[in-house]
Structure formats: structure tokens, C-alpha cells
Design a protein around this ligand. Sequence first.
Ligand SMILES: *Cc1c(COP(=O)(O)O)cnc(C)c1O
Length: 379
Amino acid sequence: MSKKRHFETEAIQATEPHGDETGSVANAIYPSTTFRREDDGSFASGFIYSRKHNPNRKLLENALAKIEGGHCAFAFASGMAAINTVLQSLKAGNHVIVPDDAYYELRRTLAELFANWHLSHTQVDMTDTAAIKSALQPNTRLIWIESPSNPLLKVTDIRQVAAIAHENNALCVVDNTWCTPVLQRPLELGADAVMYSTTKYFGGHSDSLSGALVINSNAPKEFVDNLANIQNLSGAVPSAFDCWLITRGIKTMKLRIMQQVHNANKLAAFLQQHPKVKTVHFPDLPSHPQHQLAKTQMPQGSGAMLSIQIGETQQQAMAVIARLHLFTRATSLGGVESLVEHRRSVEGKASLTPVNLIRISVGIEHIDDLIDDWMHALS
Ligand SMILES: *Cc1c(COP(=O)(O)O)cnc(C)c1O
């Protein structure tokens, strides 16, 4: 069969059990930490010890590479473990460029941990190409992209920034957590690797903490070898059960996300026309400053995360959140249940997030019920 399969088909095929003698259609879980040697000392199965390899992790990593169109993938115990692995692959004296609104704990990791190991960084507005270029240093080895950004939903031109990175002998890695390979394909736009908190849409049920890196076939071999080595030596690998959950999540991921995107579009349109809502940050809205770029980079939809600004003060925003019944007040995103969060109070003192901002993760509930909930909360 030569024709390239569609995502939905690959997502099912790539996550099927292989070589299971029982004929089981669902995957087994292999909690074993260690694997038996042959009498000559060899390992016929290829598995030795679960920090190095585990059957569930191998299936997940192969599936991740297939659905992303990558050369290979690495699974981790969290999204932060995946981020830390990329940073550990760099050297003391290297320089990193990150978005000024990058995931809050990536910025903390650079400032509080890696600064001590002489990895320097500059935060830039990634929507401003000139700012990226002027942040480049001779020792810049990585440009990190997160698009759309959190919590203001700024969109970065991945193709353009990846080209800037490569012209300057740097890697380009994209945190694609908010879009997944269903909506956005950074490897096809030239990124060397994509990073995921699979905790979010891949798992989809808010019950597995895990992360991943998927690597482009064009990425430098030394980088890939380094990642494999760090995954093993740092040991921040996911359990067999978490790998099993994420593998299962991949099967329904597109269905869930497309429903979430549909709901998010309807909710964004409702909120935008509501007189009490000042601003809606959502790239699929024609009023979004980068709507055209969003349409070309994420043609099936820009995701199911949005944020709004309401009133003037934290108290006013909190009061609206308190009146919602279907949106659980909790951090995180990407699960089937809708969540709502006041980001400023979560991020702490150094946060630049507006005090009147509310971040919304839209779930798969019926959209009419979700809109009713907001109508009541805003009344
Ligand atoms: C949640 C998240 C992370 C961190 O992932 P964990 O699984 O919580 O470690 C990184 N980037 C983005 C965009 C996220 O939403």
C-alpha cells in the first residue's frame, strides 16, 4: 500500500498490539522492571531493564513517531522532563532564545536551574522576527517556540523561525502541546523536534502525567543520540501504565480534539459578542491579530484553549469564575472536561498575565450547556 494513510487510521494502526501470542486486540501492560537473559547472556527480546526500554514505552514511542511523521520519539515522565532533556543536551556557554510568554515553568527552569550551569537565555516576542534576529548570539544553539502561546494565544510563524534557527546553526524545538499533531505539524514546517506534555490532549482524561519528544529525520544525529542517552541516564521515564494510557489516548485523540475545537469556536464567538467581555484571545476568531497565519499553520482549527479579559480587577474575574458550574476551577488543560483558571494568581509575583484574564480549556460537553453556563455566570 503506497498511499499515505490518514491520521485517524494511523492512530489506530500504530497503537495495535504487535507480536502478542494471545490474539489480544487491546494492549497488555508490562510492569516488569527487568527482563530474562538467554543462557548465553543475550537478550532475545531486546529488553533489559525498564529505564532503558519497556514494551509499553517502545509501542508508545513508535506510535508517536508514526503519527507525527518523525524519525523517532522519546517518552518521559512529564512534559517538564522532556523540556529538561532538550536543555541538558546543550552545553555550558550555549545560549537559548525562548518566547517571552513561554510556559511559565520553562522560564523558571532556565532562570533557576540552568543559569547555574552557564546556559544563558533571552526572552523575546516570537511574533517579532526582527526581535528574534537581534537576540541571536554566536553561541545561540536553540530557538524554542510555543505556539499558540499561553495565556495570550500569540501565534509564531514556525517555518520562518525554524529557518532563522538553521541559518544560525541553532536547533528549533516547538512545544506543540496545545495543538498536537492533529492540528499543527511543526516537523513539516522545519522544526528539529516537537515537545509534548502528553498529560494534556494525548491522555485526554486528566489521569496521566507524561511527556514526549518527536524528532525530525533531518535533525542532527548528535542531538538525537544525546537525547537517547539523557533519557536513560536521567531516568525521567514514564511508567508502563502511563505509556499504556497515552497509547490508548492516541486512538481517540482526533475525535476528542475536533469536538473540543468545535466547542471552542462556538464559545469564543458567544463570548466575543457579550457586552461584559472586553477581549477574547482566540486565533480562530477573524479579529485575532494573526488570524491569517493561524489559518495557514493550523488549517483545521487553532485548538480548544482560549482566554478572555473581563472587568478591571482580579476580584471581578474571580467572581465570574465562581459562578460557573460546568467549568471546573483547576489548572491544566486538554481533558474531556472543561476547566477554567485565573492564571495570574497561579503564576505568582513575576507573572506578566493581566489580572482580569481568565483562561479556558474547552471540553467535549454539549456546547449549548457550556454557553448557558457562561450566560448565567456573566448575567
Ligand atoms: C503542561 C504544559 C507543559 C508541562 O508539562 P507537564 O506534563 O505538566 O510537565 C509544558 N508546556 C505546555 C504548553 C503545557 O501546557
